[in-house]
Design a protein around this ligand. Structure first.
Ligand code: ADP
Length: 398
C-alpha cells in the first residue's frame, strides 16, 4: 500500500510518499509560494531518478497538488507509474477541537466538522482544508484520512484542560486547553515503550518536543494527561519566537502604553518573543549556542530560560503522574542539542536521573542517554509525524 502524506500550509505544501511495505520513504517534497508564483522541490528516493527543483506556476493549492502528482508519476522524477498506485492520502490537520479524539476518514460530514473547528486555528485549519479540497478535486475517489495535532491530547482529564474562567466560555465557546504536537508525542512515547520492552499501559513518560515550537506532554499508561500548549500553540514554554506562558495583564499594560491593536500585540507574542525576543540574536538554537559561547549574556539567558521551563514543566508532570519512568527528547533541539539536553537533565537530580555524557553526545538518532543506574530512563527519539499519519491512514483505509 502506498500512501501520500500531505501537510498543507497557507502558501506551502509538504508531502511524502511512503510504501507501507517496510515503511519505505519513496519521495518527499515541498511546494512553496503557492498563490504568489510557485516553486517545487521534489526529491525521489529511488535509484535512477532525479531531483526536480524549479519554479512551477501555482496560483492555488490545486495546481500544487497536480504538480506533485505529475512529478510522482513522471518517468524522469517519478516513483510510481500512475496515480492509481497511490492507495490513500493522509492529511495533517492542526485542530480537531473536541470533535476528533482520533484520526478519521474524510467525507463531506468530516469536512463540515473541520470547518467548525476553524475558529480555533484560524491560520492553520483553512490551509489544511484547502489542501484536502485540492487533493479531492485532483485525485477524485482516492480515500483520504485526517490526522489531528490535537487528537492525542483529548484524553486529558477536565482538571488539566479547563481554564479557571467563567464556565460558560467552555460550554458555549469551547475555550479550554487542547494541546498540539500530539502526533509527535504519540509517536515518541510509543517508541519509548518499545525501546523499554514494556507495555505503554504500564509507563509514565514525559515527552519533550523541542523545536521551533516546543511542548511537553505527560503520558500516563499510554494516555496524555497534561500538556503545555493550550487553546493555541502560543503558551507553555518560551519557544523560538513565541512567548509561552504570560500574565494576561502584561497584554493590557503594553496595549495601553503603546497603543497596539490586538493583532499587533499578538504578532509580537507570536513572532517577536521567545528566545528571539530575549536574546535579540535569533530564534535558532544553533545561533544562540554560538552567541552564548562567545559571551553574549542575553543569548545565554534565553537558553537558560528555555531549559528552566522545560525542566519545571516536566517537574509538574512528574507530580501529576506521581512519578516518571522515562523522559524523551525529540524535534530539532531535542534530537540535535546535547547541551540543551544536559542542561535540562541537570534539574532532574531529585528524580535520580543520571546522564551518560558520551551517549548524550549524539545527534539525530535513537539513543538511550541515561546511565544503567539512572532511576529514570532518558531517550533521544527522532520524531516522525509523517509516518504516524501514514500508519493511521493505512489502518483506517484498511
Ligand atoms: P519546527 O519543526 O518546529 O520548525 P524543528 O523541530 O525542525 O522545528 O527544530 C528547529 C530547531 O532545531 C531550530 O531552533 C534549530 O536551531 C534546532 N536545531 C537543529 N539542529 C540543531 C543542532 N545541531 N543543535 C542545536 N539545535 C539545533
Amino acid at each position: 500500500m502506498k500512501i501520500l502524506v500531505i501537510n498543507a500550509g497557507s502558501s506551502s505544501l509538504k508531502y511524502q510518499l511512503i510504501d507501507m511495505e517496510g515503511e519505505k520513504l519513496l519521495a518527499k517534497g515541498l511546494c512553496e509560494r503557492i498563490g504568489i508564483d510557485g516553486h517545487l522541490k521534489h526529491t525521489p528516493l529511488v535509484e535512477g531518478k532525479t531531483v526536480f527543483d524549479e519554479d512551477v506556476a501555482m496560483p492555488t493549492h490545486s495546481e500544487a497538488i497536480a504538480a506533485v502528482i505529475d512529478k510522482l508519476t513522471s518517468p524522469q522524477y517519478g516513483v510510481v507509474n500512475s496515480m492509481k498506485e497511490i492507495d490513500a492520502v493522509g492529511h495533517r490537520v492542526v485542530h480537531g477541537g473536541e470533535k476528533f479524539a482520533a484520526s478519521v476518514r474524510i467525507d463531506d460530514e468530516v469536512m463540515k466538522a473541520l470547518e467548525e473547528c476553524t475558529p480555533f486555528a484560524p491560520l492553520h485549519n483553512p490551509a489544511n482544508i484547502t489542501g484536502i479540497n485540492a487533493c479531492r478535486a485532483v485525485m477524485g475517489d482516492v480515500p483520504m484520512v485526517a490526522v489531528f495535532d490535537t487528537a492525542f491530547h483529548q484524553t486529558m482529564p477536565s482538571k488539566a484542560y479547563m481554564y479557571a474562567l467563567p464556565y460558560q466560555y467552555y460550554l458555549s465557546d469551547g475555550v479550554r486547553r487542547y494541546g498540539f504536537h500530539g502526533t509527535s508525542h504519540r509517536f515518541v512515547s510509543s517508541r519509548c515503550a518499545e525501546l523499554m520492552g514494556k507495555p505503554i499501559e504500564e509507563l509514565k513518560i514525559i515527552s519533550c518536543h523541542m523545536g521551533n515550537g516546543s511542548s511537553v506532554a505527560a503520558i500516563k499508561n499510554g494516555q496524555c494527561v497534561d500538556t503545555s500548549m493550550g487553546f493555541t500553540p502560543l503558551v507553555g514554554l518560551p519557544m523560538g519566537t513565541r512567548c509561552g506562558d504570560l500574565d494576561a495583564g502584561v497584554i493590557q499594560f503594553l496595549m495601553h502604553k503603546y497603543g497596539y491593536s490586538i493583532d499587533e500585540m499578538l504578532n509580537i507574542l507570536n513572532k517577536k518573543s521567545g528566545v528571539l525576543g530575549i536574546s535579540g540574536v535569533s530564534s535558532d538554537f544553533r545561533d544562540l549556542g554560538k552567541a552564548a559561547a562567545e559571551g553574549n549574556e542575553r543569548a545565554q539567558l534565553a537558553l537558560d530560560m528555555f531549559h528552566y521551563w522545560v525542566a519545571k514543566t516536566a517537574g509538574a508532570y512528574a507530580a501529576a503522574m506521581n512519578g516518571v519512568d522515562a523522559v524523551v527528547f525529540t524535534a530539532g533541539v531535542g534530537e540535535n542539542g546535547p547541551d540543551s539536553r544536559a542542561a535540562i537533565c541537570e534539574y532532574f537530580g531529585y528524580l535520580g536521573v543520571k546522564i551518560d555524557k558520551d551517549a548524550n553526545n549524539c545527534r539525530g538518532k535513537e539513543v538511550l542517554i541515561s546511565t544503567p543506574d539512572s532511576a529514570v530512563k532518558v531517550f533521544v527519539i527522532p520524531t516522525n509525524e509523517e509516518l504516524v499519519i501514514a500508519r493511521d491512514t493505512r489502518d483506517i483505509v484498511g
